[in-house]
Design a protein around this ligand. Structure first.
Ligand code: ATP
Ligand code: MG
Length: 398
């Protein structure tokens, strides 16, 4: 049983969101065996067609599908109070360790069922209390365990265990963005946060071979691969950035090197993003983290492009970013040592308050730069990274 969250608020568009979620679920569970998905209010029931279904694997995959707020493993029971009470006891016992309070909550969409919700609640609650009163107390406001009883047309469902889902909106419902993906901690987290709002991603990585190594590039490919667990199939564009960096290094004033380099990154990323149907760029910048992430620097970087630039980490502390990167499993890869083109050519004293007109003036010192930009876009390598956990799917949609 899965419950979805925000989709409920989508009014007339709700079927569109639901259809997308169903599609994404089917895709994610591909290869585990035949399933049927039954929709019922804000709940989907995923019903395996055959015995021996790998529920644990299915649940661990479903936890990475955006749009789902929680998942429970349930059995459709006979609508008989004795059966329901036994199951409620079993569900409560399985959750009891270390807990102090519980309550019973009832939903009764099947209005033909002879007992009303408060009666069911009292009956099941009383039964459970008689069995566990030495260990647990009842707390209706803020219980440690909630035993849910749902009486529906097709059967009764009783459960107490919920696995937290990824939340957000179904992937693919909110367009596409170009993520500037470095090898660091921040950008995979930024991509995850935007994808969570239902956005498909392409990755754009700037590579300055031989100043940045093949190993650095492979690390980014690995990060993108880890991200596909959540964001689905991803196209990663690797831009050869060396010539542009050398040109900037050669011609521009030292204190502006980083910010001008970032302006060219944005310009190239914008071209690739537009070519690939993206409506915005995403970066892992966070206010004040480094000199190129002050308000003035961000302004100067922004004004190089006209696509909106989303910076989901802008108000977050590093600690919080690291926490998410651990949750999505990119942290261990992100902290492997590597060189980034941002770190190879760093000025000793970068300007923290750069101005647009200074940058524009400096950029005029590079008459061939547009050609170099065209060449970089032309020679960009596209790597398709397929979703992991989907073996043998011939239709790699998500
Ligand atoms: P991260 O941890 O993601 O590398 P950071 O804290 O190191 O970020 P910067 O190096 O200033 O910060 O980069 C800021 C943002 O610019 C990154 O989050 C990323 O979106 C983008 N970026 C930096 N380097 C690259 C690169 N080589 N290729 C693509 N994008 C990059
Ligand atoms: Mg970086």
């Amino acid at each position: 049983m899965i419950k979805y969250g925000e989709i409920i608020l989508k009014g007339l568009n709700r079927p569109l969101f639901e259809d997308r979620l169903v599609k994404n679920i089917k895709y994610k569970l591909y290869g585990l065996g035949e399933i049927k998905i039954r929709r019922c209010q804000a709940t989907f029931y995923i019903v395996p067609a055959n015995e021996g279904y790998d529920y644990d694997e299915a649940i661990s995959r479903l936890k990475k599908v955006f749009g789902i707020i929680w998942i429970s493993r349930v059995t459709s029971l006979e609508k008989d109070m004795a059966v329901i009470k036994d199951k409620a006891y079993e569900a409560l016992v399985a959750e009891m360790e270390g807990k102090r309070t519980f309550k019973v909550e009832v939903k009764r969409p099947d209005k033909k069922f002879p007992l009303k919700s408060p009666d069911i609640q009292q009956d099941v609650g009383g039964f459970l209390y008689s069995k566990v009163h030495r260990d647990l107390k009842v707390d209706v406001k803020n219980p440690d365990i909630t035993v849910m009883v749902e009486i529906r047309e097709e059967g009764a469902y009783v459960y107490a265990h919920k696995e937290k889902g990824a939340g957000g909106l179904p992937l693919g419902i909110n367009g596409k963005c170009g993520l500037l993906l470095s090898g660091g901690i921040d950008s995979p987290v930024a991509g995850y946060m935007i994808a969570k709002r239902g956005v498909e991603l392409i990755g754009i990585h700037f590579h300055s071979y031989p100043y940045t190594s093949e190993r650095a590039k492979n690390k980014v490919i690995e990060l993108a691969r880890l991200m596909t667990e959540y964001v689905g199939r991803m196209e990663l564009f690797v831009v050869p950035f060396t010539d542009i960096q050398l040109e900037i290094n050669d011609k521009c004033p030292e204190e502006l090197l980083t910010v001008i380099m970032r302006r060219y990154m944005m310009r190239i990323a914008e071209k690739i993003a537009v070519q690939n149907g993206c409506g915005a760029l995403v970066t892992g910048e966070s206010l004040g983290q480094v000199a190129s992430q002050t308000i003035d620097s961000l302004n100067v970087t922004n004004s190089a492009v006209s696509l909106p630039v989303f910076r989901p980490l802008i108000g977050m502390d590093k600690e919080d970013i690291i926490k998410i990167s651990r949750e999505i499993d990119t942290y261990d890869t992100s902290i492997l040592p590597y060189e980034d083109c941002c770190t190879v050519f760093v000025p000793k004293h970068p300007k923290t308050k750069p101005k647009n007109d200074f940058c524009e003036k400096a950029e005029k010192l590079m008459p061939n730069i547009d050609e170099l930009v065209e060449k970089a876009v032309e020679n960009t390598e596209k790597i398709v990274i397929k979703t992991t956990g989907v073996v043998g799917a011939n239709k790699q949609e998500y």
